[in-house]
Design a protein around this ligand. Structure first.
Ligand SMILES: NC(=O)c1ccc[n+]([C@@H]2O[C@H](COP(=O)([O-])OP(=O)(O)OC[C@H]3O[C@@H](n4cnc5c(N)ncnc54)[C@H](O)[C@@H]3O)[C@@H](O)[C@H]2O)c1
Ligand SMILES: O=c1ccn([C@@H]2O[C@H](COP(=O)(O)OP(=O)(O)O[C@H]3O[C@H](CO)[C@@H](O)[C@H](O)[C@H]3O)[C@@H](O)[C@H]2O)c(=O)[nH]1
Length: 442
């Protein structure tokens, strides 16, 4: 099949390259000329493991092309996939302006039947709106379809080539057949449904995963007070098939370009039909607070943060990505600077993106994990990159001015850290000041 993908961000680029890998002819379009230049010359504008190799392979095979001109990419397409951004507006609602602009451009470039898919995460009703916008500029046949995306950054290629399920929302059997044929090589789990339900599946899935995270974070906060270990608790819960073990890693809360934005958007979607989504509002509130646990622990360990030097390991919102959108590190570092600390930072991949987003004279940009620890009064691990887990803790102890390790992601074995002579502050686990309270049960 011939496929045009609009938007070469994390979603559009990975999808486009993976469709080419399946043997289809793919044209990827972006308005950003710098991105397209990088892609045309064999580069990849984002960090995503495995993507560059697949891009080069499929460019060489003549199945993958990149352009800034939609008019060039559209005429032969059977399927058009919109994967432009839908960021949050100040109200929390999704900003539909990129989708609307892209729909209008698609309408102008239509030259015969095509399936127009929305892969971006969009509020219920958006596909119908896209159809109306296209119709304003084109009076021939076409179908619209909701094709929500579930990939995770850092494992995007694997998630796309081996998805748990594909959701296809259509109102016509022709589009359903074309899109089922396209995705059948990837999985048998194809959910064929109506457009509004498909749009809702995406928000409901992200909201549920965010709920699991906030739930386990609250359990972790209680564990700290009653002397239990959240890792043991999550393990014991997760073995129940009805609960499942994934997304029960307690820590400093979720970040990234999706959960924060999509939870807020779903609260707004509900609000627009006069439904007060109380549970999800609490999930968001718990997540907002959770990251500040790091600062509470620092305050406790250091006495006063003012005038100290704090090392920070990890700036990306999760490992294996260069994405710092809504990363907990942003707010934690901002607060440290407001408290008059000097902050030494290091991330294996996300330093440049972070610096573009937030820079300050009190931030010291370090070349390595150990360099960050050198002479710092405390160290905070905010992203669980493998190199932090594998580091020699004895060398870390020797580098630090004071032996304080705040672990925002529960990476280390408590015994190992203690043996290295570090005072350890994990999340929801007995650490340096193991607290076994006397529980009053009556
Ligand atoms: N990032 C993820 O992990 C992820 C996963 C699933 C779903 N989503 C959803 O997918 C959508 C895209 O997310 P992303 O992270 O890839 O966004 P992104 O911001 O990384 O990329 C969007 C791209 O679209 C381009 N663009 C905007 N308008 C255009 C137009 N009219 N023509 C051509 N190009 C245009 C931009 O230049 C940009 O390169 C969002 O709705 C997001 O919620 C994201
Ligand atoms: O047990 C867990 C799991 C994740 N996280 C955090 O949650 C955030 C999101 O992680 P993850 O879901 O792995 O990454 P994303 O790339 O944001 O992917 C989510 O958002 C995408 C965009 O909508 C969806 O496509 C994916 O299915 C969905 O997992 C990160 O900050 C993680 O540190 C936790 O704190 N605890």
């Amino acid at each position: 099949m011939k496929i045009t993908v609009i938007g070469t961000g994390y979603v559009g680029l990975v999808s486009g390259i993976c469709y080419a890998e399946l043997g289809h002819d793919v044209y990827c379009v972006d308005k950003d000329a710098a991105k397209i230049n990088t892609l045309q010359s064999g580069g990849i504008p984002i960090y995503e493991p495995g993507l560059q190799r697949l891009s080069l392979k499929n460019m060489d095979a003549g199945r993958l092309r990149f352009t800034t001109a939609l008019a060039e990419a559209m005429p032969e397409a059977d399927i058009v996939i919109m994967a432009v951004g839908t960021p949050s507006l100040p109200s929390g609602e999704a900003d539909m302006s990129y989708i609307e602009a892209a729909a209008s451009e698609v309408g102008a470039a239509m030259n015969g039947y095509k399936v127009i898919c929305v892969k971006s995460t969009v509020p219920v009703g958006t596909n119908e709106r896209v159809g109306r916008i296209v119709r304003e500029r084109y009076d021939g046949p076409f179908d619209t379809a909701s094709l929500p995306e579930f990939l995770r950054e850092g494992t995007a290629v694997r998630d796309t080539l081996h998805p748990d399920r594909i959701v296809i929302g259509t109102d016509g059997s022709r589009a359903a057949r074309i899109l089922s044929d396209l995705h059948r090589p990837l999985t048998n789990q194809i959910v064929l449904t109506d457009i509004r339900s498909a749009e809702m599946i995406k928000y409901a899935s992200n909201a549920f995963l965010a709920t699991k995270i906030s739930f386990i974070n609250e359990i972790a906060n209680i564990c700290e007070k009653v002397g239990a270990d959240v890792i043991e608790v999550a393990k014991g819960m997760g073995l129940d098939n009805r609960i499942g073990g994934s997304f029960l890693r307690a820590g400093i809360g979720y970040g990234g370009s999706c959960f924060p934005k999509d939870t807020k958007a779903l609260i707004q979607i509900a609000g627009n039909v006069e439904y007060d989504f109380k549970l999800l509002k609490s999930v968001v509130e718990v997540n907002k607070q959770q990251r500040f646990g790091v600062l509470d622990k620092l305050g406790k360990a250091l006495g006063d943060v003012r005038g100290t030097t704090v090392g920070v390991w990890g700036l990306a919102f999760k490992p294996e990505t260069d994405d710092v959108r809504e990363a907990p590190a942003l707010e934690i570092i901002e607060q440290l600077i407001e408290s008059d600390a000097t902050v030494k930072v290091y991330d294996p991949i996300a330093m440049a993106n972070f610096k573009r987003t937030f820079d300050h004279p009190r931030i010291v940009w370090c070349d390595s994990a150990l360099d960050t620890a050198q002479d710092s009064d405390a160290l905070c691990l905010l992203t669980e990159w493998k190199e932090f887990a594998a580091i020699d803790l004895g060398a870390v102890r020797a580098a630090l001015a004071r032996p304080i390790l705040i672990d925002g992601r529960n990476v280390y074995d408590v015994q190992r850290v203690r043996e290295a002579g570090l005072h350890y502050y994990p999340v929801g686990r007995p650490g340096h000041e193991a607290y076994i309270p006397e529980l009053i049960l009556d």
